[in-house]
Design a protein around this ligand. Structure first.
Ligand code: PMP
Length: 290
């Protein structure tokens, strides 16, 4: 992936994709002092760019480092990165990390670096294929207690258990894994939020202990504007047998129906299909929400 053609915005200027390198003693690599974003552009517009950039700054603040740019500058650099790479539809990955000026847990003076990459990342499935739903395994690891880790930051270090869990699920033939929180409630998948349907009502875990996804908030808005009831609450894994539909949502996943979580089966239905379509219409700019 590091040998592609293209340009990466790095600390204020564009460098050729293949040359966007860092030193092996980078603090972010050794101690996970890094925060990032994942964004999608549709028809030349980065969806909810400002919200993503604000979250990047908020994550950095939680990790106690200050990004040496303004939110406006990062927004502008993100748009410029998309354009410089000739992309109209694509995925963007801004990342900020502590540099290699000093080694050790404490690195107060290490430079805060920022880079933004963008590449093509089309949806893997057609809407009809997506409606078959993906299969999820249960993850071995749980989302950490907010007293144990900065759970609300989109921080690189929090993805260690996600990669381990996703690899384990893939090895068993599943697409992804569903993680519980430290108390044993349903939390989210390794890179997306989760929703369920029971008797026409939507239920989703309260996002006070893991990332309150921008897609999650968008989907809740879309559902409510359609007159659907959305209940945010703690959900016990035993309840999964009472739900009829389930989907994941996130910037990369968009709205992806789920057909199975461990021993539980779901049938992607009207609500999943409607919200999948509504989300597509919204991001494509076909319909503008008031
Ligand atoms: N949870 C995790 C762990 C994620 O990595 C993501 C993707 N950023 C999400 C939820 C969904 O967030 P968003 O909708 O803002 O992309």
């Amino acid at each position: 992936f590091d040998q592609k053609d293209g340009w990466i915005w790095m600390n204020g200027s564009f460098v050729p994709w293949k040359d966007a390198k860092i030193h092996v003693l980078t603090h972010g690599l050794h101690y996970a002092s890094a925060v990032f974003e994942g964004e999608r552009a549709y028809n030349g517009t980065i969806f909810k760019l400002r919200e993503h950039t604000e979250r990047l700054f908020h994550s950095a603040e939680i990790l106690d480092f200050k990004i040496p740019y303004t939110i406006e500058e990062i927004d502008e650099a993100s748009n410029a990165t998309l354009a410089k790479n000739g992309l109209v539809d694509g995925y963007l990955r801004p990342i900020a990390w502590r540099g290699s000026e000093a080694m050790g847990v404490s690195a107060q003076k290490n430079k805060i670096n920022v880079a933004i990459a963008a590449w093509e990342w089309p949806s893997y499935f057609t809407p009809a294929e997506r409606l078959k739903g993906i299969r999820l395994d249960w993850a071995k690891y749980r989302r950490p207690d907010p007293r144990t880790a900065p759970s609300l930051a989109k921080a690189s270090g929090l993805y260690m258990i996600c990669t381990i869990s996703k690899h384990a699920a893939e090895a068993r033939g599943y697409a992804d894994a569903l993680m519980l929180d430290w108390e044993g409630n349903v939390a989210e998948s390794t890179g997306a939020n989760v929703f369920f349907v029971k008797d026409g009502v939507i239920h989703t875990p309260l996002a006070d202990r893991f990332l309150n996804g921008i897609t999650r908030q968008t989907v809740i808005g879309l559902a409510k504007s359609r007159g659907l009831e959305v209940i945010e609450r703690r959900i016990a894994p035993e309840e999964l047998s009472t739900f009829s539909e389930c989907w994941l949502c996130g910037t990369a996943a968009e709205v992806t129906p789920v057909s199975e979580i461990g021993e539980h089966k779901f049938t992607p239905g009207k609500i999943s299909a409607d919200l999948m379509q509504a989300y597509t219409d919204l991001v494509q700019g076909a319909k503008v929400l008031a």
